[in-house]
Design a protein around this ligand. Structure first.
Ligand code: JHZ
Length: 358
């Protein structure tokens, strides 16, 4: 299991000022529509009055598709402000942390769930055994638990060390998920790679013996052994790759600064906090970070105190270079930013390697 050692109290991270809204990326909205569609077609089809639960349902970006179809649903979202957006759109949401006792309450009120979903949530919860026990309690004997998170194999292969930050307690692999959930009677029956968030894995779990196990599980486990995810030397090499990436990024920013170029950050992502602090980037290197999320604007980046400004600032007066902190949304952003390129702007990217691209 790849996990952070110092784990902040969840109540200090998920509260009424939570800064990330799932709906901020158009591609992610489309991804969650497909996710919801696959649950409806592959799991719920033919069931009488099914019931689905989403853990960490944020602003309801996924659940609204179930709501639209009149499917019984419940979101569990401890961050009040994002949950309020979902509730405002008619999506049933409770603002509590999920555990076994909440699972019991949900069953008492609604009956057990046919499907439990979580996207970019399971890796945020330090009490993995508590959540696994809750899932087991809430799920019907023939139900499925489907979750996806950034994938360890991608992080190691791409040196995307910025996936490591306070909220990401775990970076899962097929191997670690298989073992962690087996202790709670849940079997990994499928593992499907996703392109989202720079490379993710969707895990499908079911009560042991209730469903056929896809051949993909064994294939992914074999790939992980080949990649050396179960060997310490892989992580020593990962550490060296992180250090090389840092050196190259710092050199790139120094060279641009020496030439008097104006550089701005693009996307005040959680990931950027790791990059900025690990590389020692300061407001002298990056004048500001542009972000479309109102709650982030007019604040300072954690640690380095780089101002976060509304996107209008970026569009009003393009910088010479933009450091793409939201690199996982590169396709969507590059499609949108033709004006920046036409004005002579260039992107600085650092995953999978540091380079400047027009
Ligand atoms: P994005 C967050 O991580 C936090 P972050 C969390 N821990 C997690 O796991 C993932 O999400 C799922 C902005 N933006 O998706 C919006 C623009 O300004 O990379 C966001 O602030 N313009 C729950 O923060 C940020 O960038 C744009 O065109 O690393 C993107 O954040 C687009 C597309 C985004 O996740």
């Amino acid at each position: 299991m790849f996990q952070i050692v110092e784990q902040p109290d969840p109540a200090r991270m998920f509260h009424d000022q939570y800064a990330f809204y799932s709906s901020t990326s158009r591609n992610m909205q489309a991804h969650f529509e497909q996710f919801a569609g696959s649950v409806m077609n592959d799991v719920l089809a033919g069931l009488l009055n099914p019931f689905v639960v989403e853990l960490g349902s944020n602003d309801g970006t996924m659940l609204r598709h179930f709501h639209k179809r009149g499917i019984r649903h419940l979101g569990v979202e401890p961050s009040q402000n994002v949950a309020d957006v979902a509730r405002g759109n008619g999506i049933n949401t409770i603002s509590k942390f999920f555990n076994e006792s909440l699972a019991q309450e949900i069953v008492a009120d609604n009956g057990p769930a046919d499907a439990i979903m979580a996207a970019n949530v399971m890796c945020h919860i330090p009490d993995l055994p508590g959540v696994a026990a809750g899932v087991r309690r809430l799920l019907k004997p023939d139900g499925v638990f489907i979750f996806e998170d950034p994938y360890l194999g991608d992080m190691v292969a791409k040196t995307s060390y910025d996936q490591i930050y306070d909220e990401h307690v775990f970076i899962f692999s097929v191997n670690s998920v298989t073992r962690a959930f087996a202790m709670h009677g849940l079997e990994l029956v499928d593992a499907i790679q996703q392109v989202t968030h720079g490379g993710s894995m969707r895990y499908v779990l079911a009560p042991k013996g209730s469903r056929a196990v896809s051949s993909r599980v064994a294939e992914q486990l074999a790939k992980e052994r080949e990649q050396g995810l179960d060997r310490a030397e892989t992580y020593l090499r990962f550490k060296q790759n992180c250090e090389t990436s840092r050196t190259l990024l710092v050199q790139t920013l120094d060279a641009l600064s020496n030439k008097g170029k104006r550089v701005a950050g693009y996307g005040a992502t959680s990931k950027s906090t790791t990059v900025i602090n690990y590389c020692g980037i300061t407001p002298a290197d990056i004048a500001y970070i542009s972000d479309t999320t109102p709650i982030k604007q007019h604040k300072l980046s954690p640690g380095a105190h780089i101002p976060v400004k509304p996107y209008s600032e970026f569009a009003r007066d393009y910088p010479d270079y933009a450091l793409l902190f939201a690199w996982n949304h590169a396709n969507e952003i590059r499609e949108k930013e033709t004006g920046f390129i036409a004005a002579g702007g260039n992107w600085i990217v650092y995953v999978p390697e540091v380079k400047i691209v027009p």
